[in-house]
Structures are given as structure tokens and as C-alpha cells.
Design a protein around this ligand. Structure first.
Ligand SMILES: NC(=O)c1ccc[n+]([C@@H]2O[C@H](COP(=O)([O-])OP(=O)(O)OC[C@H]3O[C@@H](n4cnc5c(N)ncnc54)[C@H](O)[C@@H]3O)[C@@H](O)[C@H]2O)c1
Length: 318
């Protein structure tokens, strides 16, 4: 299937991720049909997308005229049959539960035409685990978006050993058409690329706190005021190569890595937080104190900064 043959996108799960993913396709001119097990989520999905679009207008990332035309391309469906019947691509974004996702894939396989590509937004499951629930493993893959989908350009396209090259290429082409930046994860690996990298950083950040080398606040401050800023515009490998060259990089690597955290067990400091129920905003406290105003301000600040990066990308034509 060529990307030009894709006209209609089905979204199964219209929650935090699903509604934002569907929004992106509708903005780009595709017909989108949402299905969700919760009637209330389905009823409010268009209002939620309208609010997101108005925010994009406020941040100069969309035109006001786009709001109604985008919403006009969105439908909702009470059942999966209606969602899949004419869809060229269906993206699943239900809860992260293997047996639930397998059930959805089996059902989608039954109700969708043969040509339909089936994708999952799973963060941690392998595409082969979902492909095995269908009779079309060559047309199943993972397209992993990041929150909030309209503000984060990357999508990890994860193939299983069964996914056809044609389906991988069509998915990547389609994502480029809607303005995303897809990368292909060539072999199934837990956490794909981004969450593996993120976890390596998180492990060392927690270890620094546990060993008393720095407070949590100072670790956070160190990252966002130093290499966090560079990483917003360049990747770690190119940066290492540019700054040090591989000969010097090797010396630094050998010097520091013996002391870097390598345990596979969860750090005690994390276990203690969980034990004390200092879970973060949910319980009002973690490493930081939280209340609803702070939580809202934190989220707004983050989204505005992400919108700024996207605006800068567009201005540079990147
Ligand atoms: N939240 C994130 O930052 C993030 C990032 C990347 C990927 N993901 C992945 O995206 C998926 C969805 O996560 P989310 O954060 O949007 O969750 P969410 O809880 O906000 O939304 C899930 C939605 O799925 C619906 N649902 C559950 N069972 C269903 C079924 N059988 N049929 C139709 N709808 C059903 C729920 O009613 C809910 O609206 C998960 O696989 C998650 O791992 C999440």
C-alpha cells in the first residue's frame, strides 16, 4: 500500500495519547474515526481536541481557521466494527495490558479490510506479541508517540520479524506527511530506543541522590542547565564525536564508567519513596512538594517550552 492510498485513520482508545495522535492526522487532512470503551471519553474527545487546537493557535502553531475544519474531519464510533470497516490504518492506544491489546488486535483483524495496517502505541510491548493475535502479522507494527503527541516530533516505528518492508516504509512516509520525524527500530528491544536511553539517565540520576553526591533538585538543575540544553538540538553521539573525537571520548569513557551505576535492581531511594507513599503529584509529595496549582503551572510551562521548540523548527524549515 502506498501512502497516497491512505485516507482514513481509526483510533482505538481516545485517552491521553489516542486523542492527541488522532488530532495530528485530522490536522493534516485525514478523516479520523475514534472508538473508546468509555462512552464519556468518546463524547468529550472533540471538545478536548478543540481545546488543544486553540492552544496551538495561541502558540502560533496553527491558524484559527484550521480549528473547525479539523474537527469536521473527526467522527466517533460506538463499536470497533464501524471504526475498522473503512480504515486504511488503525492505531491502538488502549491501556498498557497485553491481553487487552491482543483482544483488540484480534477483533481489529476480524473487522478491518485485508489492506488495513494495524499499529499500536504501546510503550513496552513487542510488536510480535500483537502480530501473533492476528492473521496479518506482516501488516502489524508499533508506532510509538510521545506525550504530548502534537508537540513532540519523534515517532518510533518498531517492526517485528514479520512486518513487511512495504508496511514499515508506508508508515514512515505517512508520518513524514503529517509532519512527524519517524525513526525505525530495526530489532525488537524492550523500551525501544527512547525509553532505554531515558532509563539509563534516570538510573544514574537516582544513584547520585542515593550516594549523597547531590540532592534531587541539584541533579535536575544540572541536567536542564547543561547538556539538556544541547540535547534539544543535537544527539549524544554526534555531540561526543564533535566535542571530543573518539580517541579522547574513549579515555573519558574508561575513566568514568567504572563508577557509573550498573545495578539492575531498583535503587533504595526509589523503593523508600514508594514505601512512604511519596509518589509525586498524586500524593502531594515526592522529591518535590506538589499541589494542583504547581502541577498545572509545571505542565503549562513544559508545554509552552515544547511549543517554542516546534516553532523554532518551523522557522528554520527543519
Ligand atoms: N501516557 C504516555 O505518556 C504514553 C506515552 C507513549 C505511549 N503510551 C502508551 O499509549 C497507550 C495509551 O496510554 P494513555 O496514556 O493514552 O492511556 P489512557 O488511560 O489515557 O487512555 C486509554 C484509553 O483506552 C480506553 N480503552 C480501554 N480499553 C479499551 C478497549 N477495549 N477498547 C477501546 N478503548 C479502550 C480507555 O477508556 C481510555 O480512554 C498505552 O499503551 C501506553 O503505554 C503512553
Amino acid at each position: 500500500m502506498q501512502v497516497s492510498e491512505i485516507k482514513r485513520i481509526g483510533l482505538v482508545g481516545a485517552g491521553l495519547m489516542g486523542h492527541g495522535i488522532g488530532q495530528e492526522f485530522a490536522v493534516a487532512g485525514y478523516d479520523v474515526v475514534f472508538h473508546d470503551a468509555s462512552p464519556q471519553t468518546l463524547e468529550t474527545v472533540k471538545d478536548r481536541i478543540r481545546c488543544n487546537l486553540l492552544e496551538l493557535v495561541e502558540w502560533d502553531l496553527a491558524e484559527e481557521e484550521q480549528v473547525d475544519s479539523t474537527l469536521a474531519r473527526i467522527e466517533t464510533a460506538q463499536d470497533l466494527e464501524e471504526t475498522g470497516a473503512e480504515a486504511d490504518l488503525v492505531i491502538e492506544a488502549v491501556f498498557e495490558d497485553l491481553s487487552l491489546k491482543q483482544e483488540v488486535f484480534t477483533e481489529l483483524d476480524r473487522v478491518c479490510p485485508e489492506r488495513t495496517i494495524l499499529a499500536s502505541n504501546t510503550s513496552s510491548l513487542m510488536p510480535s506479541m500483537l502480530a501473533s493475535a492476528t492473521s496479518r502479522p506482516d501488516r502489524v507494527l508499533v508506532t510509538h508517540y510521545f506525550y504530548p503527541p502534537p508537540l513532540i516530533p519523534l515517532v518510533e516505528v518498531v517492526r517485528s520479524e514479520f512486518t513487511s518492508d512495504e508496511v514499515v516504509n508506508t508508515a514512515c512516509d505517512l508520518l513524514k506527511v503529517i509532519g512527524k520525524r519517524p525513526i525505525i527500530v530495526r530489532k525488537e528491544a524492550l523500551g525501544f530506543i527512547v525509553n532505554r536511553l531515558q532509563m539509563a539517565l534516570d538510573r544514574e540520576a537516582l544513584s547520585l541522590v542515593e550516594r549523597g553526591i547531590a540532592t534531587a533538585q541539584d541533579v535536575d538543575m544540572a541536567v536542564w542547565n547543561s547538556f539538556g540544553r544541547r540535547l534539544a538540538v543535537v544527539g549524544p553521539l554526534q555531540l561526543f564525536e564533535f566535542q571530543d573525537g573518539w580517541e579522547v571520548a574513549l579515555q573519558i569513557y574508561n575513566y568514568i564508567t567504572p563508577d557509573i551505576e550498573s545495578s539492575k535492581d531498583p535503587p533504595q531511594v526509589m523503593l523508600d519513596l514508594v514505601e512512604r507513599k511519596d509518589l509525586g503529584p498524586k500524593t502531594g509529595k515526592g522529591f518535590y512538594e506538589w499541589n494542583p496549582q504547581l502541577e498545572e503551572a509545571f505542565s503549562k510551562n513544559l508545554k509552552e517550552a515544547l511549543a517554542g521548540f516546534l516553532r523554532a523548527d518551523r522557522e528554520r524549515g527543519a
